[in-house]
Design a protein. Structure first.
Length: 555
């Protein structure tokens, strides 16, 4: 069926200009010509939003978001509280209830707005998931070519018939940037919303919320809702596989090293952010990577650095200064330390920009599970070996720490607890995912470690961060099974305050750093800091009611 007729029958859309499944080159040119909106506070809504570098189409596309949406609009993210799903959803500040009546009226207004504005639309059809056991079809209908371009980077191109992407057969994102919500009329907080409708399979973005990550995180939240009922664990993690076909998964929040550590030249990448663990093993939801660019160390992360100059990639919110123009700058010369637009500068590139990708972005059942944390208090051991109960405890806690200087208002390290290492995207309560993880770990006999990529010898700002080389040596020992091998000769000690077991030696690592207190000059200060962190763990555990949910306390 003709795409115009399909959109009219499915959605009541009568837009005359529709660009359906353009290729990357066509989208690159369309973005430069047609994508306009606000890029500066106080500016108008018809400024140019996309730019080429000196490489032209042979290099990346640069996109500038609305200045008030340089990350996910967490406070404006909702799900429709339909009666049949209301009791299943984990309602929280990052996923609030949206009244069904208000939502239906809002959706109708958005459709009428598009028809009255005469806006052109870009329609992109993709598949989410490399495993046919759980993959879904996803259609993005939006006003920006850049968003279609991003979707082509991040997901598999559609290989089904046009009928498979009609409304009743797929999930659809309606991404309407020119609409303005009215809180009093629409029952929302501001002039924008991102609403998930689990009954009708819709992701509605209405208002100035053009951050590209919404396209991937919205459908990730959907997958987290759909898969557990099928016995499939959806995970905010990276994954790779070694030459012995030994799969590892690395759970972690932003800044803990999830992307960096999974990009290992000696191992094949499955995925760096969103993966699933089914009866057939681990596989990637996506077909691309969406990495942070701020302060990128090009020597430590050569894959991302090389991809900066590749065609078909997308740079988001990296500024130019001193009156220079993007078109005159080679992408390798962009200042990746410039945070004048945002701390959250980003880069989207296809998975095959990585020279070492696992075939089909799949692997077997994990032999090693790594829980990543970046402890800015300088308290946790660099690595700890966890038993089954400890895995459940640390998985539902999801601890890391925000660092002074990286976020407005943060003047010293702050504890952050994010269940399942991705609470905003978890549609069900944490116990749902924890039970699945426990079942799958038992079935595969997977071993687990807590790997601390944070600071040693003191808190952030007064002590160094654990070196990447040290972290990789610890990680390699974990993935090679050394830390779980009774014949390795490695002895363990139990932390006197936090209770976790850590090795007293590890190949390639200075044993002096393995007991964190040994790196502190002031031992009493260490004891005080460790006791404070222990109390933070206990307080969060109690406040979240994890023990009532059947999770044993480990700290």
């Amino acid at each position: 069926m003709d795409i115009g007729k399909t959109l009219q029958e499915d959605w009541g859309l009568t837009c005359s200009t529709i660009f359906h499944n353009l290729n990357k080159s066509e989208l690159f040119r369309a973005a430069l010509e047609l994508d306009v909106g606000r890029i500066k506070r106080g500016g108008g809504y018809h400024d140019r939003k996309t730019y080429a570098t000196s490489l032209g189409e042979a290099g990346p596309l640069v996109f500038l978001t609305d200045p008030d949406c340089t990350g996910r609009p967490v406070e404006d993210t909702y799900a429709v509280a339909w009666p049949e799903v209301e009791s299943d959803i984990w309602w929280k500040d990052s996923l609030k209830k949206y009244d069904p009546d208000c939502y239906e009226q809002l959706l109708d207004r958005v459709i009428k707005h598009l028809n009255q504005s005469g806006s052109h639309l870009f329609v992109q059809d993709v598949t989410v998931g490399h495993d046919a056991e759980y993959s879904i079809r996803y259609r993005i209908i939006g006003q920006y070519a850049t968003h279609a371009y991003f979707a082509q980077n991040m997901f598999l191109l559609a290989n089904g018939s046009a009928e498979e992407f009609e409304r009743d057969n797929c999930w659809t994102m309606l991404n309407v940037q020119t609409f303005r919500c009215d809180p009093e009329r629409d029952g929302c907080r501001s002039d924008r919303v991102a609403v998930l409708d689990f009954r009708n399979r819709i992701c509605l973005v209405a208002g100035p919320a053009d951050y590209c990550g919404l396209i991937k995180k919205s459908i990730f939240t959907v997958m987290n809702f759909l898969l557990p009922s099928k016995g499939i664990l959806s995970m905010h993690c990276s994954a790779n596989v070694g030459d012995a076909d030994d799969t590892s998964i690395l759970f972690g929040l932003s800044g803990t090293g999830k992307t960096t550590l999974s990009a290992d030249v000696s191992r094949r990448l499955i995925g760096d952010d969103e993966n699933a663990w089914s009866d057939s093993g681990v596989s990637n939801f996506e077909n691309g990577c969406y990495a942070k660019l701020i302060d990128l160390d090009k020597q430590a992360e050569p894959v991302i650095a090389d991809a900066l100059s590749m065609p078909g990639t997308l740079i988001e919110n990296v500024p130019v200064s001193n009156g220079r123009q993007y078109e005159t700058i080679h992408p390798q010369d962009l200042d990746l330390f410039d945070r004048s637009i945002t701390e959250n500068t980003r880069f989207s590139y296809p998975l095959d920009c990585n020279p070492n990708v696992a075939e089909g972005a799949k692997g077997g059942h994990p032999a090693t599970i790594v829980l990543l944390t970046a402890d800015a208090f300088g308290v946790l051991p660099p690595i700890s070996v966890l038993d089954e109960e400890e895995v459940m405890y640390h998985f539902v806690q999801g601890f890391t720490a925000r660092v002074a200087g990286t976020e407005i208002g943060v003047s010293e390290p702050e504890a952050t607890f994010s269940s399942c290492f991705g609470a905003p995207f978890m549609s069900h309560k944490p116990i749902v995912y924890a039970k699945l993880l426990k079942e799958k770990m038992r079935a595969s006999s997977a071993k687990c470690v807590l790997l601390n990529t944070g600071w040693i010898g003191g808190p952030a700002g007064s002590a160094p961060r654990i070196s990447l080389a040290t972290t990789r040596s610890l990680l390699n020992s974990a993935m090679q099974g050394v830390l779980h091998d009774s014949e390795s000769g490695i002895a363990f000690e139990k932390h006197s305050i936090l209770g976790m077991r850590y090795p007293t030696s590890c190949p390639g690592v200075d044993s002096k750093i393995l007991n964190p207190s040994d790196s502190w000059t002031d031992k009493s200060a260490y004891t005080n800091a460790a006791t404070e962190l222990r109390d933070m763990f206990r307080s969060n555990f109690q406040e979240c009611g994890f023990q009532k949910a059947g999770i044993p306390a480990a700290i």
